[in-house]
Design a protein around this ligand. Structure first.
Ligand code: ADP
Ligand code: MG
Length: 228
């Protein structure tokens, strides 16, 4: 469902061109639970941002469910992202002035044709799924790290995305909380066949993954599928 061909990303650093991703060729199917691993600075976040349509490649083609996203203009790309993709970040990135409920509701602003009642039901179901129903009126600074990440997961899922990208989602969490968050994402993947693509150092995520892709210096050096 996601394929990319000859994807290259070059950052211009003043006079110098820094090639961060080199000729990436990758195909990821529906419902895969994929861990992208590799040393810090190897290009994991860049790959997530490219595949997640937050950034555009310098060269190459990225196709997501028959849409060549590299051909879309900025507005069309934002719409495509809003309808198909969810993002979870290491630092949670919740909006501090919005309540838990409002943070989860936020991505739905992009979706015009969803009746109010259905919005509400969807948010309440997700609050329940991530076990945050009783915290719905609190604000991010009143929550623990694990609670914030659970809100961020609900926010990533509220649009029913086909693909969720998670960039080091457990890096700021203790082991027990990390394990709960990973179990939660695994359950969601199994229930909805959502594709999860992680950039991670977390051994627990790597152990849970169906597939482990290793990137070193912007090049895939290993891609192995784990028999379940
Ligand atoms: P990882 O997530 O594996 O730690 P990144 O994808 O964040 O790696 O970064 C890969 C390389 O690209 C690093 O050398 C980093 O310094 C560089 N880089 C990332 N973002 C930018 C940017 N916006 N401008 C210039 N260089 C960048
Ligand atoms: Mg990174």
């Amino acid at each position: 469902m996601i394929t990319n061909e000859h994807v290259t990303k070059v950052y211009k650093m003043g006079e110098v061109d820094l090639t961060v991703i080199k000729d990436l060729n990758l195909s990821i199917g529906h419902g895969e639970f994929v861990a992208i691993v590799g040393p810090s600075g190897s290009g994991k976040s860049t790959v997530l941002n490219l595949l997640g349509c937050l950034d555009k490649p310098t060269e190459g083609k990225i196709v997501i469910d028959e849409t060549d996203v590299t051909q879309l203009d900025t507005t069309a790309l934002a719409n495509f992202r809003g309808e198909n993709i969810g993002f979870i970040f290491q630092s949670f990135n919740l909006i501090p002035v919005l309540s838990v409920y409002e943070n989860i509701e936020y991505p739905l602003i992009m979706i015009q044709n969803l009746p109010q009642e259905e919005r509400h039901e969807r948010i309440m179901k997700l609050l329940d799924d991530v076990d945050m129903l009783d915290q719905k009126d609190k604000f991010p600074d009143q929550l623990s790290g694990g609670q914030r990440q659970r809100v961020a997961i609900a926010r990533a899922l509220v649009t029913n995305p086909k693909i969720v990208f998670a960039d080091e989602p457990t890096a700021n969490l203790d082991t027990k909380t990390s394990n709960q968050i990973i179990t939660l994402m695994r359950n969601i993947q199994q229930e909805f066949n959502t594709t999860f693509i992680f950039a991670t150092h977390d051994e627990k995520i790597v152990t849970e993954a169906d597939r482990i892709i290793t990137i070193v210096d912007g090049v895939i050096t290993d891609d192995k599928r784990i028999a379940s």
